[in-house]
Design a binder for this molecule. Structure first.
Ligand SMILES: Nc1ncnc2c1ncn2[C@@H]1O[C@H](COP(=O)(O)OP(=O)(O)OP(=O)(O)O)[C@@H](O)[C@H]1O
Ligand SMILES: O=C(O)[C@H](O)COP(=O)(O)O
Length: 413
């Protein structure tokens, strides 16, 4: 059983018999993809290898999502099965369905030691409806699949902040335990959550601004941070909340991302937690591929997209980070995929490693860390972006709560 940490008590793989069992494992293979459906980074898949290696005498079926409906990286999982085969050194068969009779027959015919990857869970409409576990347990996916298994393992920490079918549904109807990656993530993040040293600084950027803004609210409510340094799209929303004219092109960008409702939330947070949330003083605009640095009150002039934080902001934020005892970094500060706009991400990541305890999370963030060779300099690297900041905000993650509740339901004695 796991350590009693944040009040969570869940079982791990060492608490149950795995050999000869029919095991359903929720992994998170969601990876950056190019336009031809190739996987650009194997970290997410690699991170599950310890769990998969420990299941070599079980019949193993894997569930994962990839992308979100409508996005370009919303793809089938065939390439993931191929890459997992290479990395694991054992065949991971791909089934292009989730719970059809074909898929169920393939599951039934698995032998000990075989691994089967089902299709992208988000191809099923019920998956992405965030609903409570008891409702998810009645979904077609869960009803059709669960009778074929003895055990459910949730190894997908990085999606455990979503109350989706494949994350919380099976824990209602099958004995369930945490996978090795899940346990490692919780242990690493708990150290940060329980670190009461100050200053505690969060650097929050990237594109999934709604997740970050929700986390900011919870973090500040529990007094979990001395400063929140905003960057990326999160910063654009806070600038708009401060009535800074970010120009038409950036307003449109926020509108297209469906983040307009986040502006009033940001505005409330700025009032409620005065002085805690820091907004960039300058930004780098993308002027035909060139970096054009301007003070934020000059953004309106050019109608050019914001693509990074500016040098003054980098310097100012670095000062906060030099003093930090705890630093949590989530999301690039700008469009770091373009060389001209990775300065903020690179400099602040380097500065973040100086904190006594440093945590970084998120797919793109980890990419940037890899490119800088900074992996070993962080105290904990989390595969989850949204999941790690939600966890560090102190809010329970539905996937972990579901494991805890399962312990009481199935393993009382
Ligand atoms: N100002 C900006 N405008 C547009 N895109 C931005 C901006 N700042 C950052 N981005 C983009 O944000 C993306 C990464 O954001 P995201 O929130 O997905 O981070 P992450 O580290 O991958 O975390 P997660 O794993 O939660 O997705 C990058 O592709 C980057 O180009
Ligand atoms: O990349 C992630 O953070 C996880 O795979 C979760 O993906 P989501 O934000 O689309 O739910």
């Amino acid at each position: 059983m796991s350590q009693e940490t944040t009040g969570m008590n869940y079982l791990t793989m060492s608490d149950v018999v795995l050999d000869d069992k029919r095991v359903l494992v929720r992994v998170d293979f969601n990876s950056p993809m190019d336009d031809n459906g190739n996987i650009l980074d194997d970290k997410k898949i690699k991170s599950h290898l310890p769990t998969l290696q420990s299941l070599e005498h079980s019949k193993v079926v894997l569930l994962s999502h990839q992308g979100r409906p409508g996005d370009e990286d919303y793809t089938p999982l065939e390439a993931h099965a191929k890459l997992a085969t290479e990395l694991l050194g054992r065949e991971v068969t791909y089934e292009d369905d989730i719970f059809s009779s074909c898929a169920r027959n393939a599951i039934k015919s698995l032998d000990q030691g075989e691994v089967l990857l089902l299709e992208n869970t988000r191809f099923n409409a019920e998956e992405i409806m965030n609903r409570p576990p008891d409702k998810q347990a009645k979904s077609q996916m869960v009803k059709k699949l669960y009778p074929l298994f003895d055990l459910f393992i949730n190894d997908a920490f990085s999606v455990s902040h979503r109350s989706q079918c494949s994350v919380v549904g099976f824990t209602e109807v099958l004995p369930s335990v945490a996978g090795m990656l899940m346990d490692k993530e919780i242990t690493g993040l708990d150290k940060a959550l329980k670190c009461h040293e100050h200053p505690a600084i969060f650097v929050l950027g990237g594109a999934k601004a709604n997740d970050s803004i929700k986390a900011i609210s919870t973090i500040l409510k529990r007094d979990g941070a001395d400063k929140i340094l905003t960057t990326g799209v999160v910063a654009t929303i806070f600038m708009m909340a401060m009535n800074i004219d970010v120009s038409e092109v950036n307003r449109k960008f926020i509108e297209n991302k469906k983040y307009i409702d986040q502006i009033s939330i940001a505005s409330r947070l700025l009032k409620e937690y005065s002085g805690k949330i820091i907004v960039p003083q300058d930004v780098a605009l993308n002027n035909g591929g060139e970096r054009q640095e301007v003070e934020v009150d000059k953004i309106k002039k050019g109608n050019l997209p914001i693509a990074d934080i500016g040098r003054e902001t980098i310097e100012n934020y670095s000062k906060y980070l030099k003093e930090a005892k705890l630093c949590v970094f989530h999301g690039p500060t700008g469009i770091f995929e373009l060389d001209k706009f990775r300065l903020g991400t690179d400099e602040l990541l380097k500065a973040a490693t100086q904190a006594s305890y440093s945590v970084a999370g998120g797919g793109h963030t980890l990419d940037a860390i890899d490119q800088l060779g900074l992996g070993s300099k962080f105290s904990h690297i989390s595969m989850g972006g949204g999941a790690s900041i939600t966890y560090l905000s102190g809010e329970p993650l539905p996937g972990i709560t579901a494991l805890k509740n399962n312990t009481f339901r199935y393993h009382k004695g």
